[in-house]
Design a protein around this ligand. Structure first.
Ligand code: CS2
Ligand code: MG
Length: 396
């Protein structure tokens, strides 16, 4: 079997997605997700101009060799754009392998370690009462775990609380650590009273704090028993996690900004995090994610793959296959897709009573309709930018 053609399709069924379709001379094809929110065209060009020409005629069964060839066979390598491009190819090759074998991906990864994957989704609100009301709606749907964000008083637009952005240029949020640090512990104190002890609560700091601020927050959140505190610090200086870790009993999750397994090593070896949250679409795909999960297993660190709505259902399916297969699974982030997505994609992870599963279809078990994908053309879009009240740029 040989790779005969690779299509890169950019579609916007409510969100922009970059989809990869690897076709073979025997008619079997595989699909992958190469979406990088706000940098979609950069990934598409990298694929079309630099990566696809290298792969025509190659044997799609040789996933590891193709991975190494794209990553190590070139001098300039790594980073989010190229690793997202590589992820799209890697996923499509695993999809082909599954279809050839007639087996779902989880089976190729060693089979099921569990029958279903605990998941969480995002809840936000303009004030505490709105957060509670939204949380109750999702508890009603069956969710056992929720990631909670709230608008910060005095700050215009707050991470996790959506704002209309009609002109497609970045919305400028205002953000200040003081009000944030005063608000969040009170929010979780309120939620424990209102929602009880059983619900698993999570919070995403989104790398906005200095190390000592992150520590102050983590210490104050200890009594509310978070499932994890996500991305308290930027990934650039991993030693800062020691400041946070010392004398603080709160599980820490990290990894959505990582592009490779090497970024995980010091956090694992020094046991500075408890959950690894890489995005399968941004770290080079299923092959790299499996290696990361296996490295994490040594330290009893569990997986919590990134699963927001800005990656496509194809990547979500890949994540759930891994969740079912790896022994050190922790939790899976999930989202509700917009109705237009159901016109483009054939399958989505199956949600039932707070858990996710996949169908028994071979490969990833998700396909997309090229014709309808093309009917939703790309729309330029940016993530917001954050500034302090004095006008200076704040880490997003
Ligand atoms: C977030 C994401 O899901 C998460 O934990 O951090 O929503 C993130 O903001 C987006 O993926 C950015 O593209
Ligand atoms: Mg996050």
């Amino acid at each position: 079997m040989k790779i005969s053609n690779i299509k890169v399709i950019i579609t916007c069924p409510g969100r922009n997605y970059v989809l990869v379709k690897v076709e073979t001379d025997e008619g079997i094809y595989g699909v992958g997700d190469a979406t990088l929110n706000g940098r979609e065209l950069a990934v598409a060009k990298a694929l079309e101009e630099h990566i696809v020409p290298l792969l025509i005629g190659k044997d799609p069964d040789q996933i590891e060799d193709i991975w190494q060839y794209i990553f190590r066979g070139t001098y300039w390598r790594g980073g989010p754009v190229l690793m997202t491009a590589l992820a799209g190819i890697d996923m499509a090759l695993w999809d082909i392998k599954g279809k050839r074998a007639g087996l779902p991906l989880y089976s190729l990864l060693g089979g099921k370690s569990r029958n279903k994957a605990l998941c969480y989704t995002h809840i936000a609100g303009k004030d505490f009462a709105e957060v509670r009301d939204n949380a109750l709606k999702y508890i009603e749907k069956g969710y056992k775990a929720l990631r909670i964000q709230v608008a910060i008083p005095g700050c215009k637009g707050t991470y996790g609380v959506s704002e209309d952005n009609a002109n497609s240029l970045p919305f400028v949020e205002e953000w200040e650590p003081g009000p944030y640090l005063r608000t969040i512990p009170k929010l979780f104190e309120y939620l424990r009273v209102e929602l009880g002890d059983e619900l698993e609560l999570l919070h995403d700091v989104h790398e906005r704090l200095a190390p000592i601020e992150a520590k102050i927050l983590a210490k104050q959140l200890e009594p509310y028993r978070l499932f994890f505190l996500e991305d308290p610090l930027r990934p650039e200086h991993k030693d800062s996690f020691r400041v946070l870790r010392q004398d603080c009993a709160i599980p820490i999750a990290m990894g959505e900004l990582f592009s490779s397994k090497w970024e995980c090593v010091s956090l694992f070896e020094n046991q500075l995090i408890d959950f690894i949250r890489c995005d399968i679409s941004h770290i080079g795909g299923i092959s790299e994610a499996k290696k990361i999960a296996n490295l994490a297993e040594i330290y009893y660190i569990r997986t919590a793959w990134h699963g927001p709505s800005d990656i496509s259902p194809i990547a979500h399916m890949a994540s759930v296959h891994l969740d079912l297969a790896v022994t050190n699974f922790g939790i899976q982030e999930t989202c509700e897709f917009l109705p237009e997505a159901y016109e483009v994609f054939t399958d989505f992870p199956i949600f039932e009573d707070g858990y996710l599963t996949v169908s028994e279809k071979p490969g990833l078990g998700c396909d997309f309709n090229e014709k309808t994908a093309k009917a939703f053309p790309y729309k330029r879009g940016y993530l917001p930018v954050a500034r302090r009240k004095d006008g200076s740029v704040q880490d997003w």
